[in-house]
Design a protein around this ligand. Structure first.
Ligand code: ACO
Length: 322
């Protein structure tokens, strides 16, 4: 059986935070944030609004828009680094709340690469013949783990959720895929609840995202450009065959640098960071949905999704929009 992406839904909390918000908290300004990151606004969840709530609403929105029944979903994969709690998993919470009694349920821990990892896993599970109808969710409330004393990172993050439905079909639309990791960069981007070590480096627990922005930036550009070309080669395509590139929306300058390296016009990218900030595992479905809503992505278009994030991780796939 082949894997077909058949539906998509998103949700973002109501509260919108603009760049001026940070001028009162840290030494920064709107101009610096816009020019160094491309971020203009982001959404923050309320105090009593959690990742599972955002994910639930994204799934409900998709079900309403596509008139879907979900009771025969047989696997739910949830990519997140901001679980409501470690146990039970977000996937189990959603399986119960949305009444999917036949669904196996599993969270994916691959940070901003998580949604793309989910796509690759869903494709494999369907190709194997073991499963037929899979939800892949990327959902985050990063505002709850943002260090508001660190001006280099607090300006970046936002909250949101996205979901796609992947189904078994005679003729699928998910083509070549990649997934990988580089654990040697683990200490460059982490979120820890314990005083511990990563690669021999001491880590202080504060349950906040800590990153070495410059290192992640450099790694992301070279690794994403490499994986972009590997995906093209696997699918027997050239760069001109890609209609839309949907990389993880971390920083507009990262996206521009990748495009320059692979020779793709920047106009062919879809991003969610200007409106939603860096929403980690939710950023790719948010960008794709907005691209669809704006009438950019059309039937038959070849869309390359490519995620990267803490771990360090990366994953991606080429989908021909159906
Ligand atoms: N406002 C004003 N000045 C700032 C700010 C700010 N918010 N943040 C940093 N600066 C200053 C720095 O202190 C530095 O000053 P100095 O030269 O006096 O030391 C100067 O600006 C330049 O700092 P850089 O770190 O070189 O800034 P850069 O242009 O690299 O931008 C950023 C920083 C936005 C963090 C960038 O490196 C980045 O986006 N990195 C990648 C982030 C990312 O992709 N994370 C991965 C995903 S997140 C996840 O997986 C959950």
């Amino acid at each position: 059986m082949e894997a077909k992406l058949t539906a998509i839904g998103i949700f973002a909390p109501e509260k919108v935070i603009d760049n001026h918000y940070f001028e009162k908290i840290v030494d920064t300004n709107d101009e610096w944030i816009r020019s160094r990151t491309g971020i203009i606004t982001r959404h923050y969840a309320g105090e009593d609004e959690f990742t599972s709530d955002l994910a639930q609403k994204a799934i409900e929105n998709m079900a309403a828009e596509y008139h879907l029944q979900l009771d025969d979903v047989d696997f739910i994969l949830v990519a997140t680094v901001t679980h409501d709690q470690i146990m039970p998993s977000m996937a189990c919470q959603l399986q119960y709340r949305l009444n999917m009694p036949k669904a196996a349920a599993l969270d994916i821990s691959a940070a901003c690469g998580g949604f793309a990892y989910g796509l690759v896993l869903a494709k494999g599970l369907i190709n194997s013949g073991m499963y037929r109808k899979i939800l892949v969710v990327g959902a985050e409330t990063l505002s709850k783990v943002t260090d508001f004393t660190d001006r280099t990172s607090c300006i970046l993050f936002g909250d949101g959720a996205g979901v796609v439905l992947i189904e078994a079909a005679e003729k699928g639309n998910i083509g070549a895929s990649v997934a990988g990791a580089d654990g040697s960069g683990g200490q460059d981007l982490y979120l820890s609840t314990q005083n511990t070590w990563i690669n021999g480096e001491e880590i202080k627990a504060n349950n906040k995202i800590v990153q070495n922005g410059r290192k992640v930036f450099k790694w992301a550009v070279s690794q994403m450009a490499l994986q972009f070309n590997i995906l093209l080669e696997k699918e027997g395509l050239s760069v001109e065959d890609i209609d839309w590139f949907v990389p993880h929306s971390a920083n507009m300058r990262i996206i521009e640098a990748i495009c320059k390296q692979v020779g793709l016009p920047i106009e062919k990218t879809l991003e969610s960071l200007s409106t939603y900030g860096n929403t980690s595992s939710a950023s790719i479905p948010l960008a794709l949905y907005e691209g669809l809503r704006a009438g950019k992505v059309k039937k038959g278009d070849r869309v390359m999704m490519l995620g990267f994030g803490g771990g360090l991780t990366y994953a991606g796939a080429i989908v021909q929009w159906a």
